[in-house]
Design a protein around this ligand. Structure first.
Ligand code: ADP
Ligand code: ZN
Ligand code: ZN
Length: 849
């Protein structure tokens, strides 16, 4: 099965499934049991129930089970025989009924089990990541009388024999039997209270009633009248009629009816009259809720594709039609029309009654993206799912997905678990983006890895789109049979903005001590004069842990490893940290005292680097007293509406310059932006991580891609102390491919991912000695296992102490084909066996800090 070999670095489904007996149905004539998760907050274990003979249960079915004296919702996860039931002390209760079958995709639980297994996390914890709590809440059930099961003569007699509770419920249902949709369980509960649960149970046993999971209704689309011009005005018409039609012509031949009334100061009889004469037509158009507000915009129609887009689309359409799990790398520069390709690939998926999943790094920042999907497919077909939804919104979105209609779900990382039952296509936009990897809590999954599994399990194509593909995807693309689709030009052959590099060492020599070079200052002044807008990018503050010389650009590096040393502050001295500022390697633990002057040129300006947004803001205010700034970083964009507000403000021209961090790289499409400045590229480059080069190049190219998207040409100015760095050189020439080939060669030499695999184990504790002891013992234990892996560490983490917890880590490194038996989170907890020490495990870590 060649397709499973696709993802070199990701264990194949087959390999993982070997040890998995989860989905084996045990046949036999004995009693059968089902392990379920119950949908109650606070219950973290699988519970076992007996399966009554007359009930047929499939994995993934939604069940009704007794819990204490309640009846709760549950999901069937494992079906097993007696021998697998470990708990023999308590009585095993029986399943009451199957509420719904076939709601989740068939392979859904297999995907979750793979995730749990691969990321070494307990299944329950994985399920909690995937599904919101209380999804199956009792209040969302309806009870329906099953007329067909009731023989009228018998029913009269039997209902008197029922226990009191059942009688009460039965009477209540009889009184309300007109309601064909059934009666809400919550309503019954309000009326009958504690009798409800046991009463329903009895009736369910008799099969007189059924319980239905109630799914919310989709918002109904709203429509408004629009007027479309059919024929140009001619001499047949009165002067006034010609006037009205000419106004319509000036609106591009199409506008809202109410808008035409206003513009032409006319009435409905006039418009109707023109329609009767055949000059125009009145038609209905969906009113869309764009950006949270209700807007009526012209429904967006598919664009005529250029040759590259069309070539890409045709291949994708073929895979969709064949239901083939083909993986595409859609490598298109920013503004090359990738989104348009996604839209046109999704249209036939929806038409065939299937759904599409679109994964994006950030939603709050790219409202335009969701707007484009809504404008193309209509509100009712598009759901948005991301972490900033309120609990209620999230819950409704999940339940809409369960409803099984053809739809597009646009979501961030966790939406990869969207329970869409009839999937036809998965798109992952900006596939290189690190936010697809979950940090905390476990499982530390990568949405790309899961998307690859999901595509294989459900036989749907997967499009990985990016202007700057990750090493993983490029490597898989090179080695295997995924399809490479290239779109090297911007739409309309708009040029990519030229990138100018400023050597900050020259600024220093010339006596300019400002963090803004003369060139960037001039460019900002010019931009202000021409009333254009700009973006100023600053690397994230937390990343500025390296030390460099402001005079010669020398960066302190580890003599043993190919990474820069990290600066450690003496503020929180520990037994392992010298009391003065020092530099440390996070891979081998090499440590040295921070030199007082540059080892290369002797300059005293050999310092810990950093230029936060605030500092830049102050500098700008000093240089350009009238400049209107918007600061855009995690401090200023805490809540979801704030993102949009700031971007909208900027878009509408209320500000000249957007100053911000990493967030600016994500899909911001503002045509007026002509200038992009990068305050210091070095913070990205010297990140003490083997991935620093790749990430720097990706980030810088993405930032550069924000310039010159409109009519005006763009300009990018990048400041750096190391203009000769290969990543900077590659970015300046827009030649990422060669750079990535060199990167891959380097990774191969050092067995770093994707040419090797890593697992990072974190330990932390409030007790310094306890965590050190645990970490060292665990490391030596893992070394003894000699599982074809290298055990690096234990070493203290880069930030040794966070919220009073001391942090250590152990890195396991092995060849990707090896797949050693890495202990699971539970096993690690047992090995560490200390209440004082917390353990976490990160498979395929993106950063090793
Ligand atoms: P990307 O996703 O690669 O950044 P987009 O799909 O956003 O690119 O396209 C950039 C711009 O070009 C958008 O405004 C889009 O509407 C427009 N566009 C895309 N494809 C076409 C096309 N075939 N013809 C005309 N305009 C297009
Ligand atoms: Zn120096
Ligand atoms: Zn080292």
């Amino acid at each position: 099965m060649a397709i499973f070999e696709l993802w070199y670095n990701t264990p194949t489904l087959e390999k993982i499934s070997e040890n998995m007996e989860l989905f084996d149905l045990i046949d036999g004539n004995n009693e059968r049991f089902v392990n379920v998760i119950v949908d109650c907050i606070g219950i973290d274990d699988l519970l076992t129930y007996r399966i009554p003979e007359d009930i047929d249960i499939q994995i993934g079915d939604i069940l009704s089970v007794p819990l204490g004296n309640r009846q709760v919702g549950a999901i069937a996860l494992q079906i097993c025989d007696t021998t697998q039931v470990t708990d023999t002390t308590t009585e095993i209760k029986s399943v009451i009924a199957v509420v719904s079958s076939g709601i989740f995709p068939k392979t859904y639980w297999e995907m979750l089990t793979l995730t749990a297994d691969y990321y070494r996390t307990p299944l329950m914890q994985t399920i909690k990541t995937a599904l919101p709590p209380k999804l199956l809440d009792q209040s969302h059930y309806r009870i329906k009388v099953k007329r067909e099961n009731i023989i009228p003569e018998k029913q009269e007699r039997e209902s008197y024999k029922l226990p009191k509770a059942a009688q009460m419920v039965w009477e209540f249902l009889q009184e309300h039997q007109d309601n064909s949709k059934g009666i809400s369980r919550r309503y019954i509960y309000q009326k009958l209270g504690r009798y409800t649960s046991s009463g329903l149970k009895e009736l369910q046993k008799l099969a007189w009633i059924e319980t239905i999971l109630e799914l919310p209704n989709r918002p109904k689309p709203k429509y408004e009248d629009i007027v479309i011009l059919l024929k140009a005005p001619d001499s047949e018409l009165t002067e006034r009629q010609i006037e009205v039609l000419t106004i319509l012509q000036h609106q591009g031949g199409e506008c809202l009816k109410t808008q035409l009334y206003k513009l032409a100061k006319t009435t409905s009889s006039m418009v109707q009259n023109l329609a009767d004469k055949g000059y125009l037509v009145i038609s209905k158009q969906e009113s869309l809720r764009l950006g949270g507000k209700s807007h009526t915009v012209t429904r967006d129609r598919p664009k005529d594709l250029n040759a590259n887009q069309d070539a890409a689309l045709q291949q994708i359409l073929k895979a969709i039609a064949d239901c083939h799990a083909t993986h595409f790398l859609l490598h298109g520069v920013t503004g090359s029309g990738k989104t348009e390709v996604y839209l046109q690939a999704i249209a036939p998926v929806l038409e065939s009654g299937k759904s599409a999943l679109v994964l994006v790094p950030e939603i709050g920042l790219t409202p335009q993206l969701t707007d484009r999907f809504r404008a193309r497919f209509g509100d009712a077909k598009v759901s948005v799912y991301h972490s900033q939804l309120s609990d209620g919104e999230r819950f409704d979105t999940w339940r809409l997905m369960l409803a099984g209609e053809a739809q597009v779900v646009i979501g961030t990382r966790s939406a990869v678990f969207a329970p869409l039952s009839n999937l036809g296509l998965i798109v992952m936009d900006e596939e290189h983006d690190p936010s697809f990897k979950q940090d905390r809590p476990q499982p530390c999954y990568h949405a790309r890895t899961i998307a690859i599994w999901r595509s294989q399990l459900e036989n749907v194509p997967l499009i990985l789109g990016s202007a700057t593909p990750s090493a993983e995807t490029l490597f898989a693309q090179k080695e295997n049979n995924s399809i490479y689709l290239e779109m090297p030009n911007r739409i309309g052959n708009k040029p990519m903005p030229p990138i100018e590099i400023v050597d900050m060492r020259d600024e220093f020599k010339a006596g300019n001590y400002s963090i803004l070079s003369r060139k960037l200052q001039e460019a900002i002044a010019e931009m202000l004069e021409n009333k254009k807008q700009g973006i100023l990018f600053i690397h994230r503050r937390g990343y500025s842990t390296f030390v460099s010389c402001r005079s010669c650009g020398y960066v302190a590096e580890c003599p043993n490893c190919d990474v820069s040393l990290s600066y450690h502050d003496p503020i929180n001295p520990t037994a392992h940290q010298p009391k003065s500022a020092h530099l440390r390697c996070h891979y081998c633990n090499y440590t040295q005292i921070q030199p007082k002057s540059c080892p290369q040129c002797g300059s005293p300006y050999f310092k810990h680097f950093g230029s936060g947004t605030q500092k830049v803001e102050q500098e700008l205010a000093k240089l350009f007293p009238n400049i209107r700034l918007i600061r855009f970083d995690s401090d200023t964009t805490q809540n979801k509406d704030r993102h949009r507000l700031l971007i909208d403000q900027f878009r509408s021209g209320e500000s000249d310059l957007l100053v911000g961090t990493q967030m600016l790289t994500k899909g911001l499409d503002i045509p007026q932006v002509t200038l992009v400045g990068v305050v210091s590229a070095d913070g990205l480059l010297n990140f003490s991580d083997y991935r620093a080069g790749e990430r720097a190049a990706q980030t810088l190219l993405q930032v550069a891609g924000r310039a010159g998207r409109g009519e005006e040409e763009g300009r990018v100015i990048m400041q750096t102390y190391t203009p000769e760095h290969p990543a900077i050189q590659a970015v300046q020439q827009y030649r990422l491919d060669e750079f990535m080939q060199t990167e891959l060669a380097m990774r191969e030499a050092l067995s770093y991912p994707p040419k090797g695999q890593m697992v990072l184990i974190h330990l932390s504790s409030e007790q310094e000695q306890a965590v050190e002891k645990s970490a060292e013992e665990l490391a030596s234990y893992l070394r003894q296992l000699a599982n074809n892996w290298d055990v690096l560490g234990a070493t203290p983490a880069a930030i040794t102490k966070v919220s009073n917890r001391y942090r250590w880590q152990i890195l396991l490194k092995f060849a990707p084909e090896v797949l050693p038996d890495v202990p699971s989170l539970e096993e690690l907890r047992m090995l560490v066996n200390s209440k004082a020490v917390r353990v976490a495990i990160d498979v395929d870590p993106l950063t090793i800090l």
